[in-house]
Design a protein around this ligand. Sequence first.
Ligand code: 5GP
Ligand code: MN
Length: 333
Amino acid sequence: MIHDVLQALRQRTHQILITTHWNPDGDAVGSALGWAHYLRASGHQVRVVLPNAPSKPIQSSPGYTSAYVTVAEERPDEAAELFRRAELHFALDYNTPSRVGSALEPFVREFAGRQVLVDHHQQPDPLFTEAFSSTAKGSTSEMISDLITADDGWGKVDVACAENLLMGMITDSGSFRFPSTTAHTMATAARLIEAGAHAHAIHARLYDANPLSRLHTFGHGLRSAVLVAGGRGAVLVLSLADLESAGYVAGDSEGLVNWGLSVDGVEVSVLLREDAAGLVKMSFRSTGDRDVNEFARSYYSGGGHRNAAGGASSLGLADLKAELIQYLEQWLA
Ligand code: 5GP
Ligand code: MN
């Protein structure tokens, strides 16, 4: 299946489009740009469409400012044209078309050419008839590295390609500490470092470049933490007032929800972040067999992975918090 795709790619030059999910994170951008660098080195015409811009640190990934990267939110007409022109579309790091946002979703649904999914989320959408999908993988960037191995292509991996793929592996694995980190993950990272990626520089760029507003956002969020369900659940809240007082900018609360899990005995942590649009964005994290993908899917039309999921609600912050605590009390009883 994936070998068919690689074989087709070897036969002639293709017009390739690569997309990834809304609010692209390190793995989304890393896998997209890493794959783009590789396919360009293989002689293909490659364009990358990101639904919206990633956070500032991720914008310094090698290739991000190139002419072949289009942010659809900023240049919607160009993005639409790229969908029409491509003959082969790689959908990276998302499982279902709605994850690219409402503006791009129809283009993914109605794409006329060959469409290939490469992703590690649960429940890949049947729309993607060609899917390289594995929930056992810690990152899409690791899966792209596997494709390069299957293509016997490590000779074509330059520093820019390696930096992007290693960034994706670092961000999605929590710097190689999540349970999805395997010997193969480490061997792949080693290979990327051999190809010229600088693990320390990537880490410093991503994690030692915070604005002060992030610290203040964390301050509000950490202070709000409450334990529920006999200490097995933690709930953190960021209200609009908190965000305003912190000087919040997009991305400032990333990683905050994980701190709930750092409390002894906590198995599920949830962050509720009020949105300007009257919507509350929800982030779920869990340990072990506690399946927050299922929980988010059942109650908050969300999803993700077993141990990390998201969702949203228009219930209003106070009511939502009360409802959520009730659900958690039942689930974790
Ligand atoms: P985060 O809490 O970091 O925003 O998201 C955690 C994980 O949940 C991400 O890997 C993402 O794939 C997934 N996710 C986040 N928000 C949503 C959502 O609204 N719907 C679905 N299906 N998945 C989400
Ligand atoms: Mn990912």
